[in-house]
Design a protein around this ligand. Structure first.
Ligand SMILES: [Zn+2]
Length: 123
């Protein structure tokens, strides 16, 4: 344990002790105040942002694999969910390569080189 950390824990203990001594000031309020000092808001925000980014990536994988006419869109989504970064890299290299264009008949994205649209079946 570093000197700063032990000083910090002594400070936390003294704060808890002081709040326990004060009548009418409940301990939950004091604890919330201490956590607020430590930047609790930031610690809560980072996992939330990572969660939202991961959901966005999963939606993109499903849309992209369907547009490329791949069979296991949901399997790929589960795979990327279970193995976040490496799964996405593996997906990137194993998907059918090529540019996506907008289908003229249904408006969904499809692979330019594909014989027919995976969404509506039109050539
Ligand atoms: Zn189509």
């Amino acid at each position: 344990m570093t000197r700063a950390m032990s000083l910090g824990s002594v400070w936390l203990l003294s704060q808890a002790y002081l709040s326990a001594q004060r009548p009418g000031d409940d301990a939950a309020n004091a604890a919330a105040g201490v956590l607020g000092c430590l930047g609790c808001g930031t610690f809560m925000l980072i996992p939330l942002v990572l969660f939202v980014v991961q959901i966005a990536i999963l939606i993109w994988v499903v849309k992209d694999s369907k547009a490329r006419g791949m069979d296991g869109a949901v399997i790929w989504m589960i795979f990327v969910f279970l193995v976040p970064v490496i799964g996405l890299v593996i997906y990137f290299f194993s998907r059918p390569q090529g540019a996506l264009v907008k289908c003229a008949s249904c408006g969904n994205m499809r692979l330019q080189a594909s014989a027919k649209c995976p969404h509506c079946g039109n050539p």
